[in-house]
Structure formats: C-alpha cells, structure tokens
Design a protein around this ligand. Structure first.
Ligand SMILES: CC(C)(COP(=O)(O)OP(=O)(O)OC[C@H]1O[C@@H](n2cnc3c(N)ncnc32)[C@H](O)[C@@H]1OP(=O)(O)O)[C@@H](O)C(=O)NCCC(=O)NCCS
Length: 206
C-alpha cells in the first residue's frame, strides 16, 4: 500500500490521539508500564507532543496515512531531546487520569535514560497499526526518516524478528546486544542496538 508521509507538526490533536494509541503497541513492557492502556496514551499524547524539545515533541513524529486519511503508522525520531522526571505525573494529572502503577518506573528507567544518553539521530519507536502490517508502511516510514541522514541508531527487542529483518534490509547492522528495560519483577529482555550509516548496504531502493 502506498501511504502518505506527514510530518508531526501538521497533526491535529485528534490525530495525535490516534498516533499515541498506535505507539502504545510498540512493545509489551515500556508503553504498558508507562501509560497503562492505549486509551490513556492517546489522551496524554497531545500534551507530550507539545513539550518543547521533548522526546515525543511533534517535530519528532512522522506519520503514515492511508488514502482515506487514517493514521496507519508512526515513527518517532529523536536527536538531543529531553525528558523531565515527573512529566507523566503532570500530563496524567492535567487529563484527570490516575497515574498507572508502573509509570514512574518506566519514566525513570527508560524515558529519562533515553534522553540522557546522547545518541545522535535515533529511532525511539516505530509502530504500524495491526490491521496495516505487512503492507510496507513500516519500511516506508523508516526510509523516509533515513533520507539525508548520515548515521542513525535504534534499539530493538532481540526476539522481534520481523522488525530486525526490516531494519537489516534498510542497512542497519547489529552493534551489540544487552539486557534492556523490563517491568519490575519480570525477567530482563534482550535488546539489540543497531546502527545505520549512509553508505550501509540496503536491500531497499532509496
Ligand atoms: C515491525 C513493524 C514496524 C513492521 O512494519 P510493517 O509495515 O508491518 O512492515 P513492512 O511491511 O514494511 O515490512 C518490511 C520488511 O520487514 C520484514 N518484516 C516485517 N514484518 C515482518 C514479520 N512479521 N515477519 C517477518 N518479516 C517481517 C520483511 O522483510 C518485510 O519485507 P517483505 O514484506 O517484502 O518481506 C510492525 O510489525 C509493527 O508495528 N510491530 C509492532 C511494533 C514493533 O515491533 N516495532 C519495532 C520496535 S523496534
């Protein structure tokens, strides 16, 4: 399917809600802990998108829309962005929603960590709505984001074979594997860090 690529700055609040709901499905640990439910993440996402230089700032969002204007996938690409401790408590309270139990842990051990480690350009998350998967929307989002960039890194769960295949075909190489963030009381998840360089070999045509 040929999707339209839209920069996040052009999105309405309603579209940001949809984008947040899709991003909730990126992984089974971080987003469920931080936000509790996709409805919650959708509710607070427009507030996160308005934080200047924030990880989820609108300028970091790239969205794919189908021919009817429905949002079908979202990529968040960061560089030197910021996450202040207490952000989740603040946006949940602004929306009058109870802070999910795992929010502070996810915030301190993932979002704050992500914002404190200078990585240059990196993909924080990429997610395609389940009903649009395997239609090359993830690939198109990724290729659009990579255009003109010299080096990009990302982290991906080591058992996410579909995503690893997509990143590998786009020219990302595995740099290292380590234990990543997981919810308290659960076993650590294995994460791979991957690097793309503009001269990497890619199976895809740019
Ligand atoms: C990973 C994800 C973004 C891929 O998006 P997508 O639009 O479904 O993938 P595409 O159709 O663009 O696939 C591009 C290539 O990636 C590989 N691929 C993607 N999904 C795959 C799967 N489930 N199994 C095997 N290969 C897969 C294939 O090589 C595919 O090329 P092909 O269809 O020509 O064989 C999507 O499955 C998703 O949102 N998953 C949940 C969130 C997630 O895992 N995000 C990545 C976190 S780092």
């Amino acid at each position: 399917m040929k999707a339209r690529m839209i920069e996040g700055g052009a999105l309405t609040d309603k579209e940001l809600v949809e984008a947040g709901k899709i991003l909730f499905l990126t992984d089974a640990d971080i987003y469920p802990n931080a936000f509790g439910s996709s409805e919650n993440m959708g509710e607070v996402f427009p507030l996160l998108a308005r934080i200047e230089n924030g990880l989820f700032g609108a300028e970091n969002l790239l969205v794919a829309k189908d021919d009817k204007g429905n949002i079908c996938g979202v990529l968040v690409g960061c560089n030197s962005n910021f996450w202040e401790k207490g952000t989740l408590a603040r946006v949940f309270s602004q929306k009058g929603i109870a802070l999910p139990e795992g929010a502070v842990d996810a915030e301190n051990n993932y979002f704050v960590y992500e914002s404190e480690h200078e990585k240059g350009d990196y993909v924080l998350c990429l997610c395609v709505a389940p009903e649009y998967r395997r239609l090359h929307i993830g690939k198109e989002l990724l290729l659009h984001y990579l255009k003109g960039k010299k080096e990009v890194s990302l982290e991906c769960l080591a058992d996410n074979s579909g995503a690893l295949a997509m990143y590998g075909a786009a020219g990302f190489c595995v740099e290292k594997e380590y234990d990543g963030y997981s919810a308290p009381g659960t076993s650590p998840v294995r994460v791979v860090r991957m690097i793309y360089r503009a001269n990497s070999h890619s199976r895809y045509n740019y």
